[in-house]
Design a protein around this ligand. Sequence first.
Ligand SMILES: [Mg+2]
Length: 183
Amino acid sequence: MAKAAVFLDRDDTLIENVPYLGDPTQVQLLPGAKEAITRLHQAGLLLIVVSNQSGVGRGLISKAQVRSVDAKMEELLGSKGIITAFSHCYAAPGDPYDERRKPSPLMLQEAALEHGLSLNDSFMVGNRLSDIQSGHAAGCRTIILKLRIEPGDEKACAELATFSAKDWPAASAWILKSKESPL
Ligand SMILES: [Mg+2]
């Protein structure tokens, strides 16, 4: 049977957004993220981070700095290897290869091929409309996490997302309930 994943935006979904963050000492988890991620992992869902990191394409931070932030986040989540994969698009808008940037579904589709995932059985969680659009275009169920939602995105997200979650406990509970009832 094909596996299911939860695709996760990183900034303002799992960790507090610091623009172009390259310093691991500034990594802070959002409230409830650790407990929710632990529950999803224990339920057998693969956890895959899909993140636009245009700071690399803009020359502001290095790929190694992005990876150091990822590593710190994983440490704070409590278990190395709890995140199955990190997929980043390093391009800035207008760069070559920027077509992988969310709202494109390409990063999700690539991960599905690599890990043998069923996208229809998978989920995408994020705080912006582009996250919801990428998950929707990939055929996933989508969860807008409203902890740090972009104010201008609220209405469109409420319309497009499969579920609006006020916080991480609500998001993880909905995913765990929904995974038992495929589309
Ligand atoms: Mg975000």
